[in-house]
Design a binder for this molecule. Structure first.
Ligand code: PLP
Length: 386
């Protein structure tokens, strides 16, 4: 293929996409494969974006995010975390996904290693590899009560090529919420070894256990140190289609991130940002109701699936996924395929979330409770049949 990178020619959709492609157009399928609910965005958010359109917010704008939005983010951090952030540390260049890409563009050179706390959301691995880096998995310990990070596992994975550690808390797919103590310990290790932290906190509002928002590296990091806290509007306010996120980064990167935003997408869509601002300013009630709904769904999931002998299922502390291990003679992928074909439920196979998860299955529980109840019973039915 001449000049086209072999790496690019070899790219394949994640395991989530592989299963979804088999049943996306079937209206009978209950879709629990993607990370979103069936709620549309809150009306006051939609209205704010419509108003911005009518007011002519259709031009190029500051690529690091509109000034009113960045100011709104400063107020949001003050309100949610009680901290005053330096304006040079906050950028809203586009989607949360884009903040992951920009962060890795700041850090990863060819052959660098990035430690991924696994199981992880698969896009992070692709981003590192697109940039020529390598990923090293450090798997969370599973149980007996919760998922947890053994810092010695991280220490053992560090080499002279390690640049950064990626953690996602609350976690997709495990629901693990990193405690403040775990964050303090990881930060101390990374400081000692000169490593960056990439903390993906896009589920910061989606917590069932402990404080809300979830404990954040944003309250621990010094303004100049290489800690990147990535966040966004998608998961807290049912805004996955808006493609809007923000990042808190080292102060000295304000100008470089402006340039990186410029060459990635030249800034987030102008009027969309005003919807985001409305969510920050007026979105607490919606975010809380959404978490309450997910908490009810989580209770239902544990009731219907929690003590099934063919599942090892830890109750998730945050986000909105179950990530059970299947005690079955077939893999998570084969189970997901059969579930789709025989019971019309769409899930995501574990292998796509990193090595060691081949027997797992990810089930999103953000849909309406009645649809979920039906889906959980169908899952039980297949479990009973195998
Ligand atoms: C852990 C994690 N990080 C980042 C993203 C990307 O978020 P966004 O859709 O806001 O770009 C997702 C989306 O599923 C996610 O699960």
């Amino acid at each position: 293929m001449g000049p086209i990178r072999q790496f690019v020619l070899d790219l394949q959709p994640s395991g989530i996409g592989q299963i979804a492609h088999e049943g996306l157009d079937d209206p009978e399928v209950i879709p629990l494969w993607f990370g979103e609910s069936d709620l549309t965005s809150p009306p006051f958010v939609n209205e704010a974006a419509k108003r911005a359109l009518d007011e002519g917010k259709t031009f190029y704008n500051w690529t690091r995010g509109h000034l009113p939005v960045r100011e709104g983010l400063l107020r949001y951090h003050q309100k949610q975390y009680g901290i005053e952030l330096d304006p040079d540390r906050v950028s809203a260049p586009g989607s949360t996904m884009l903040t992951v890409m920009i962060t890795c563009q700041c850090l990863v050179e060819p052959d660098d290693e990035v430690i991924l706390v696994s199981p992880y959301w698969p896009n992070i691995r692709t981003v590192v590899e697109v940039l020529g880096g390598r990923t090293v998995d450090v798997r969370l310990r599973e149980g007996p009560e919760r998922w947890w990070l053994d810092l010695d596992d991280v220490k053992r994975a560090i080499t002279s090529r390690t640049k950064a550690v990626y953690v996602n808390t609350p976690s997709n797919p495990t629901g693990w919420v990193m405690s403040r103590e775990e964050q303090v310990a990881l930060l101390a290790l990374c400081r000692e070894r000169g490593l960056a932290i990439i903390s993906d906190e896009v589920y910061h509002r989606n917590v069932f256990v402990g404080q809300s928002p979830a404990p954040s590296f944003v309250t621990l990091a010094e303004p100049e140190e290489p800690v990147f806290v990535l966040n966004g509007w998608s998961k807290g306010w049912a805004m996955t289609g808006w493609r809007l996120g923000w990042m808190v980064h080292p102060k000295q990167l304000a100008v470089p991130i402006t340039v990186l935003s410029e060459v990635n997408n030249t800034g987030a869509t102008a009027f969309v940002q005003y919807g985001g601002l409305a969510a920050l300013e007026e979105g607490d009630a919606f975010a809380e109701e959404f978490v309450a709904r997910c908490a009810r769904n989580r209770a239902l999931a544990m009731e219907i699936l929690g003590n099934h002998p063919k599942l090892d299922l830890l109750s998730p502390e945050g986000a909105f996924y179950l990530f059970p291990k299947l005690n079955l003679p077939i893999s998570g992928l084969d189970f997901a395929r059969r579930l789709l074909r025989e019971e019309k439920v769409g899930t995501a196979p574990g292998f796509t979330f990193g090595e060691g998860n081949e027997q797992h299955l990810r089930i999103c529980f953000a849909l309406s409770t009645s649809r979920l109840e039906e889906a959980f019973h169908r899952i039980r039915r297949l479990l009973d049949r195998i």
